[in-house]
Design a binder for this molecule. Structure first.
Ligand SMILES: [Zn+2]
Length: 89
């Protein structure tokens, strides 16, 4: 199972991304965890802290979320990207 550490990895990446966009607001790992949960993404507790599971369910959930936020990137060979393409609907 591929995972990403919410505290050590995802929160830092999200805050760095926001800084790069000119956003001054920074989020705590608790806030990031709450937002992930509110988006319906699956988290798991471990000895290393909270993890976001990068499984099929997360992929299926993230693709329409990205589309709803106007992100139109597509990865060649990704079935979930392919399913969202206009020609596949
Ligand atoms: Zn994809």
């Amino acid at each position: 199972m591929i995972t990403i550490k919410i505290e050590a990895e995802l929160t830092a990446d999200a805050n760095n991304y926001l800084l790069g966009c000119g956003e001054v607001r920074q989020y705590s790992s608790e806030e990031v965890g709450i937002r992930l949960g509110s988006l319906g993404l699956t988290k798991k507790r471990s000895k290393a802290g909270s993890l976001l599971l990068l499984d099929r369910e997360t992929s299926r959930r993230i693709h329409p979320l990205a589309q709803s936020y106007g992100i139109d990137k597509s990865v060649s060979g990704c079935a979930d990207c392919e399913a969202l393409r206009p020609s596949a609907r």
